[in-house]
Write a protein that binds this ligand. Structure first.
Ligand code: GRF
Length: 207
């Protein structure tokens, strides 16, 4: 029987990466289940999808808290209340304090739409086009206090085409995000990813 790790997914908007994780979790042999979709915004479109999929949802608005630490603490409590032991950030648009990041060290992962360590932060596709790179992509990584840093678990690359716009490039990258996030979560949930310093080492699956 597959032992399923319990995962909380944090979103702020559309939630297409969360949807790709939900779909992956539907496979009987997938080693994780989503016990909570948590958003800092009540209008996040992804919440409707999660509700319709029968997944517990919660909204904790950063606007209801005086500072980042108390907001983080409320999220942490909600995540633990649902029994999660892994967190996936999926388009979650709030910076987290180092306290919650350290509390979930090597159990909190994020997807970022660039080939890290290039183009950390926002507007990645615009900046990739401005830089004239010929390959773009996405990365899944363990979260560390500096934004968009941490051991890289999986990456995928796509070509940058001469007539690309930020939107066309984003769409090409997003297709790959939807493939590598479920793959990376599987590897982490199976306990096949070991962190050594700044690197994540992925072990082959047991046959
Ligand atoms: C994705 O491109 C993700 O890499 C980035 O924010 C976007 C979120 O999209 N962190 P979605 O909400 O998962 O559709």
């Amino acid at each position: 029987m597959t032992v399923r790790r319990k995962v909380a997914v944090l979103i702020s908007g559309r939630g297409s990466n969360m949807q790709s994780l939900v779909r992956a979790c539907a496979a009987p042999d997938y080693p994780a289940e989503i016990v909570l979709v948590l958003s800092n915004r009540a209008d996040a479109a992804g919440l409707d999808f999660a509700r319709e999929a029968g997944i517990a949802t919660a909204v904790i608005s950063h606007k209801d808290f005086p500072d980042r630490a108390s907001f983080d603490a409320a999220m942490d409590a909600e995540i633990r209340r649902h029994g999660a032991d892994l967190i996936c950030l999926a388009g979650f648009m709030r910076l987290l304090d180092s306290a919650i990041i350290e509390a979930w060290r090597d159990r909190m992962i994020n997807i970022h739409p660039s080939l890290l360590p290039s183009f950390r932060g926002l507007k990645t596709h615009e900046r990739a086009l401005e830089a004239g790179v010929k390959l773009a992509g996405c990365s899944v990584h363990f979260v560390r206090p500096d934004v968009d840093t941490g051991p890289i678990i999986a990456q995928a690359a796509v070509p940058v085409l001469p007539d690309d716009t930020p939107d066309s490039l984003a769409a090409r990258v997003l297709e790959q995000e939807h493939l590598i996030y479920p793959m990376a979560l599987r590897m982490v949930a199976e306990g096949r990813v070991r962190v050594e310093g700044d690197r994540a080492i992925v072990e082959a699956p047991v046959e």
